[in-house]
Every structure is written in structure tokens, then in C-alpha cells.
Design a protein around this ligand. Structure first.
Ligand code: GDP
Length: 295
């Protein structure tokens, strides 16, 4: 994950190897290379510039510290700033309500349905919850089949209505079912389209209004870089979601989505998904991710 970014940052820090002190010239060279590494990772130019301006300001301001080498100092500053860029601290995940309602939205192919299964697994095994999955994709019967398979895999129940073409009614009926069967979390997998589409947005917005979710999670494929960020913006403008799920981090992803989303929509990344197996879901910790990027 983020291999190319990690290598380029490491090479940027080499500017400072053998330097006794931080000075304007070696900071400027390092910062230029860091900026290039971020842009190559598909971080938007403005974000990369603001990031490196901050790094530069901090580095120059820390001239007097002699205890650590300029290289180590720069790594620490970059780590702190990367952590900050990705949200600073771990975001809370809200599962209040009985049942707690979690709405999942995103484009088709982003990994929504897979994530729905993984989240159920996580809530069941790590939080002792009893989840009910809800198939609210009224356009693709295959989506219901896929969710049914995942529900079986993780050992949770699923609610679907194959003949009902009203996604809001399905979600409302699922809440009744959850109450009747003592399920304390429901996870609603909504329909996605290949591109942003008004009908899809209206449908998810209508479900949101009808069921008042504790969490609305926007799922996005991290491989799509700046497109992921633009899609996040469009969904957030319409849905005001509560958190982001980055999928496919096991692929050859460059890092732009992970680094830019929080800055762009001011919503935290809450989970990262890295595989097709149901146990490949992790809570997102900005500092750990920054550490991984720096190797
Ligand atoms: P949806 O259309 O948004 O519901 O997307 P799906 O959940 O059907 O996922 C689309 C494809 O991506 C499927 O082939 C999934 O197996 C795959 N997929 C989903 N999440 C991940 C992930 O974290 N890593 C990898 N490698 N593949 C994933």
C-alpha cells in the first residue's frame, strides 16, 4: 500500500542526510521533493502545497533543536502533518439507537456490499452486536443475492423484499423486522450507479430522511484517487454523510484519496477495507496510517 509514495518520501528525506543543521536551502529542497511525491500520489495540488508550506514553516521554526538530526526532525514533522491531514485522532463510530441504523452509500463497484458484510462481521465479533443486513437495491436482484451470500458467510440475518420497488418502505419495514427479532443494528446497503446520478442521490436522501440513521457511511474505492475525492464531495453535498470508508487498500493504490478526503469534505475516514475476505476491515487510525506511509 502506498509503496511509491513511501519510497518518494524516503528519497526526499535523503536531502538532509549528512546535514548538520536545518537551513533554508536544505529545507526548500526537501519540501519540493515532498510536494512532488504527494502530487504523484494523486493528492490535489492545492492540498500538497498547503501541506508542504506547513512542513516548511515548522522545520524552519525548529532550527534550535540540536538533539535530533535534521532528517529525523523532518520525518517527525511530516508524520505529524500527515496525521493531521487524515483527521488527527480516531473518529468515533456511533451505534446508538435500538436498532442503531447505519446507511451505506457509494457508487456501484466501490465495495459497498462487501463492506456491508464486513461491518456486520465487525459489529458481531468485536462489539457483540446482533446485526440485520438490509438489501435496499431495488434495481439489481443480483445485489440481493450477493448480500444474502455475505450474510450467510458472517452468520447474520438479511432482510429483503424482492417485489418491492420502494427502497424507503423496505428500510422502514426492516426496522420493524429488527425490533421484532431483537436485532440491535441494521445496516442498509443502498443501490449504487456507475456514475453520480440524481435519482440515486434522491433515493438515498429519502431513505436518510425516513429512517434518521446514526451513521451514514460513504464507501469509496481508494484506487480512484482524485475521482474518489470528487465523488465524496458530490455525495457529501447531498447527504451530509458522517464518515468515509476507503476500500481496496490492498491494491496498488497511490494514496491520494486517503490523504485528501478529510481535507476536502471535512468528514473523517472511519474504516479501511483491504481485501475480499470478511475479516479484512480495520478501524482507521490517522497516526498509524501516517506511520505506515513513512515506513
Ligand atoms: P458495490 O457494487 O459497491 O456493492 O461493490 P462490491 O461490494 O460488489 O465490490 C465490487 C468488487 O470489488 C467485488 O469484486 C469485490 O469483491 C471487490 N472488493 C470490495 N472490497 C474490496 C477490497 O477491500 N479489496 C479488494 N481487493 N477487492 C474488494
Amino acid at each position: 500500500m502506498f509503496n511509491s509514495l513511501s519510497e518518494k518520501l524516503e528519497s526526499a528525506f535523503k536531502n538532509l542526510r549528512g546535514e548538520a543543521r536545518i537551513n533554508d536551502l536544505n529545507v526548500a529542497n526537501t519540501v519540493k521533493d515532498i510536494r512532488r511525491a504527494l502530487i504523484d500520489a494523486d493528492v490535489n495540488f492545492k492540498i500538497a502545497k498547503e501541506f508542504t508550506d506547513k512542513v516548511k514553516e515548522k522545520a524552519v521554526g525548529e532550527k534550535v533543536i540540536n538533539a535530533i538530526s535534521p532528517g529525523q526532525l523532518m520525518v517527525k514533522i511530516v508524520k505529524d502533518e500527515l496525521t493531521e491531514l487524515m483527521g488527527g485522532t480516531e473518529a468515533q463510530f456511533n451505534i446508538t439507537g435500538n436498532p442503531a441504523i447505519i446507511l451505506i452509500a457509494g457508487l456501484q463497484g466501490s465495495g459497498k456490499t462487501t463492506f456491508t458484510g464486513k461491518l456486520a462481521h465487525y459489529l458481531k465479533t468485536k462489539k457483540g452486536k446482533s446485526p440485520l443486513l438490509v438489501a435496499a437495491d431495488i434495481y439489481r436482484p443480483a445485489a440481493i443475492d450477493q448480500l444474502t451470500v455475505l450474510a450467510e458467510q458472517v452468520g447474520v440475518d438479511i432482510y429483503s423484499e424482492r417485489e418491492n420497488k420502494d427502497a424507503v418502505a423496505i428500510a422502514q419495514n426492516a426496522i420493524k423486522e429488527a425490533k421484532a427479532k431483537n436485532k440491535n443494528v441494521i445496516i442498509i446497503d443502498t443501490a449504487g450507479r456507475l456514475a453520480i446520478d440524481e435519482a440515486m442521490m434522491t433515493e438515498v436522501a429519502n431513505i436518510k430522511q425516513a429512517v434518521n440513521p446514526a451513521e451514514i457511511l460513504f464507501v469509496v474505492d481508494s484506487m480512484t484517487g482524485q475521482d474518489a475525492v470528487n465523488t465524496a464531495k458530490a455525495f457529501n453535498d447531498r447527504l451530509d454523510f458522517s464518515g468515509v470508508v476507503l476500500t481496496k487498500l490492498d491494491g496498488d493504490t497511490r494514496g491520494g484519496a486517503a490523504l485528501s478526503i478529510k481535507y476536502t469534505v471535512n468528514k473523517p475516514i472511519k474504516f479501511v477495507s483491504s481485501g475480499e475476505k470478511m475479516d479484512t476491515l480495520d478501524v482507521f487510525y490517522p497516526e498509524r496510517m501516517a506511520q505506515r506511509i513513512l515506513g
